[in-house]
Design a protein around this ligand. Sequence first.
Ligand SMILES: NC(=O)c1ccc[n+]([C@@H]2O[C@H](COP(=O)([O-])OP(=O)(O)OC[C@H]3O[C@@H](n4cnc5c(N)ncnc54)[C@H](O)[C@@H]3O)[C@@H](O)[C@H]2O)c1
Length: 449
Amino acid sequence: MTIPRPHPEPQPQPQPQSHSLRRHAPGLYATGGPGGGDPVGGDQANGDPVNGAPATGWTVATALPVSYRVRFAPGVLDPGNPALARAGGPPGRRLVVVDARVHELHGHRLRRYLTAQGVEYETLVLLAHEQVKTMDAVFQVADRMDSFGISRRGEPVLAVGGGVLTDVVGLACSLYRRSTPFVRVPTTLIGLVDAGVGAKTGVNHGRHKNRLGTYHPAVETLLDPAFLATLERRHVGNGLAEILKVALIKDAELFVLLERHGRDLLDTRFQSPGAGAAVLGRAVHGMLQELQPNLWEHRLERLMDYGHSFSPTVEMRALPELLHGEAVCVDMALTTVVARRRGLLDGEQAERVLRLMRRLELPVWHPLMEPVTLAEALADTVRHRDGRQRLPLPSGIGSGVFVDDLSGRELADAAGWLRGWSAVDRSGSVAVGTAWGAGTQVRGSGERA
Ligand SMILES: NC(=O)c1ccc[n+]([C@@H]2O[C@H](COP(=O)([O-])OP(=O)(O)OC[C@H]3O[C@@H](n4cnc5c(N)ncnc54)[C@H](O)[C@@H]3O)[C@@H](O)[C@H]2O)c1
């Protein structure tokens, strides 16, 4: 599978390419039980009894190659642009699910577009924020797919909105008749660089973030940064946090771009010509480079989990105070301090990271960053990562390592130090350098060396 690149025209969906059916006769397993081992005598796929005995077990093996498209599509709602009307299938009928706020701001353009392209459509307008990201929202979408009478393969649902909306619609589509295609048009920065480009769908469940979900990528994602023009400033910063994640853990050049242009991108909402395209392009490419070889997350050491070790618990407990990217940023600030204290970053690098977070108007600390919550967050993450921490930490700027030995004491000390730093440096007036001489080991809790 290759990383999706922009293509001019949609391509047919892949079909399963390799499969086999093997039969096992009683007592003929080399190892394990039915389905667990190779039958003595090899493959038996021709309908004959196995060594004269009737088959009583079968092993089914199949492979489903996955291919989906992510591409920049400026002017996606321009009436003459066929990209959206043709995305994921022949033009025709479409169910369009739109975030309520996006509908208010861009609904008239969407209607004009669909009419101009001759699409027969119905619209479902959904409230989309973290507290309504639940199965109830999924059921609303499924009910509407039902009453619309959606075709199983030829009428992809169009999901237009931020990460909450596309996660909910993706889950509904993966469940409805076990799999229905959908197309994403992300309208937030997190959607453009993260939620809109991967394979995961999900909703929150109980007290847990994205606890119910599936892997079901949209057949096509169309990225139009023009939507960001109406996004609240805080939500632009929120998306910049996810871009900073990619920069910090795998792309030093992106980090430098953010240092130089991040504040301007926040001020202009990515609407001025200049660095915006490079920043978005690098962020999406970096994300896809990491996702593509491990799309189903069989390998649990994931660089893109950076900033997502403590943040799921902190975000859910702080709701609605912290946005997703803000919680990720608090987590990254904490683990930057941990990495600094371990000598994985030098003082100057750690200083650049925390300063950049501040310049992007992102939080670096939250009152929930206290030992009990952090220990619970880590325990939940260890469960999520099959019994090991597998904790990504920055190692210099632009690369990362995984550790398994973070202690509660180390965590508490780092959080204490960060709390002290964020209190003193709230205005940005106190230089981090006064607290962190390059190469200096930071000492005790809340203390500056
Ligand atoms: N599936 C994944 O791989 C993945 C990856 C990262 C994040 N996520 C999920 O994404 C969610 C966060 O996404 P988000 O930051 O887009 O939040 P969001 O979907 O809640 O959108 C943020 C706010 O912006 C509004 N909005 C959307 N587009 C707008 C526009 N163009 N102009 C003005 N307002 C607009 C929305 O109504 C909402 O109030 C989280 O639930 C997170 O778990 C999923």
